[in-house]
Design a binder for this molecule. Structure first.
Ligand SMILES: N[C@@H](CCC(=O)N[C@@H](CS)C(=O)NCC(=O)O)C(=O)O
Length: 392
């Protein structure tokens, strides 16, 4: 299945990090679709001097087209690439499957993050290894011994994504359990089919590959759990990494979200994740920077209100609203055993233009002070929202 070639922007340079959740997701997509790309593993210098001025964030993955244009954020990047490299589609054509797949992708990106960070940084064995790896791989040019730079970065990750993301004595068992539940649900799906929606990889495989590959399969502590508890998931991780469109048949044998393996996902999305998006969007609209959120029978306290997630909700609501009446009913029927998706009228994250790809080249450049701060602190979640952007 030869992709049509685009000499204007090929080869694409993919800026990635080897232990990064979203880099794993992006690479799985590019590899399966056989989109030509050159892989560039970043260090702090590349993040600061190339990626920050071009995208406004020190985050990976980002793509640079041969004509000098840039793309960021895996979800809009995959949408953009799907429109230019349509065959074989990874996003299902059927509107119900499409909406449900986008919902699962978003859940994998934003809700599976907390437990993946927990299993990386909380077990001492994983933490020590990752601090070392980061010191060597990302912070090689840091003006400090590598072990110290890695230790500093790891501590910052823990402050931001563990204690800063609702980890407490009350929530810890739930956060830990989330990974085990995901494994059980995915194992059930993968006992019946090679990919989560049938014979070919689709967006749900790509989305869940984010937490499953660079974190769960490769970090030592969760990796051992996966090997023993869910060998079908372990095999799937390798299968997705090795999937190439030309090797799979042209006609996929599709499945859908009625398989019992999806029950866990649908319940968690409707009862925990979607309400979290609503809470985030409402808090953002009233200018709050932190919220508490009740889910899984516990309270996740003091969660950061991440502006990007308001945009996620806006995009998903737009998708849902654009469904025809019968398709919306089909989605509602799938979700009804767990509840319904409440919508917010007039939701405007103000980030729609920011995520138009390719990125506009005339973006505001960070000041020297901001660059210094970012080099030291990185950009955990998103940069502080300017007060003018936040007024509604
Ligand atoms: N929404 C973004 C998220 C990208 C992201 O969070 N990347 C992480 C690595 S997996 C990062 O670069 N973090 C830098 C930091 O925390 O300093 C996407 O979908 O690409």
């Amino acid at each position: 299945m030869q992709q049509s070639r685009h000499p204007d922007w090929e080869p694409i340079t993919a800026y990635v990090a080897d232990m990064s959740y979203f880099s794993g997701k992006m690479e799985a997509y590019l590899r399966y679709k056989e989109i030509p790309f050159e892989r560039r593993v970043v260090d702090m210098k590349v993040l600061r001097d190339e990626i920050l001025p071009a995208t406004g964030l020190m985050k990976v993955p980002v793509l640079r087209l041969a004509n000098g244009q840039w793309l960021k954020d895996t979800t809009p990047m995959i949408d953009w690439l799907e429109s230019h490299y349509p065959e074989p589609p990874v996003i299902p054509k059927d509107p119900v499957l499409r909406f449900m797949s986008k919902l699962v992708e978003d859940y994998a990106d934003e809700w599976c993050w907390r437990a993946a960070l927990y299993w990386r940084w909380q077990p001492v064995e994983s933490r020590k290894l990752l601090m070392r790896r980061i010191g060597h791989e990302v912070l090689a040019d840091f003006p400090a011994p590598k072990w110290l730079a890695g230790w500093y970065y790891g501590r910052r990750q823990m402050a931001t994504y563990l204690s800063g993301d609702g980890l407490s004595a009350e929530t810890e068992p739930q956060i830990k359990q989330h990974y085990l539940d995901l494994l059980d649900a995915m194992n059930a799906l993968l006992e019946d089919q090679p990919y989560l929606l049938g014979s070919h990889p689709t967006l749900v495989d790509i989305g869940l590959f984010g937490p499953m590959f660079r974190h769960y399969a490769q970090d030592p502590t969760p990796g051992r759990v996966m090997e023993e508890r869910a060998p079908a998931v372990y095999a799937w991780v390798g299968r997705v990494w090795n999937a190439r469109a030309h090797r799979l048949g042209r006609e996929p044998i599709p499945s859908d979200f009625s398989h019992p393996g999806w029950e866990y996902f649908l319940r968690d999305i409707v009862q925990s994740y979607w309400p979290f998006l609503l809470r985030t969007a409402r808090a953002w609209a009233s200018g709050k920077s932190r919220v508490d959120h009740d889910a899984h029978g516990v309270t996740y306290e003091n969660l950061k209100v991440v502006h990007y997630r308001v945009y996620c909700l806006e995009v998903l609501q737009n998708e849902y609203r654009s469904l025809s009446e019968p398709n919306r009913k089909a989605v509602d029927d799938l979700l009804r055993p767990y509840g319904m998706l409440e919508l917010i009228d007039g939701l405007d994250s103000g980030l729609m233009q920011e995520h138009q790809l390719p990125l506009r080249p005339d973006r505001a450049q960070p000041s020297k002070l901001q660059r210094f701060r970012l080099a030291l602190m990185g950009t955990p979640w998103d940069m502080p929202v300017k007060s003018t952007e936040r007024e509604k």
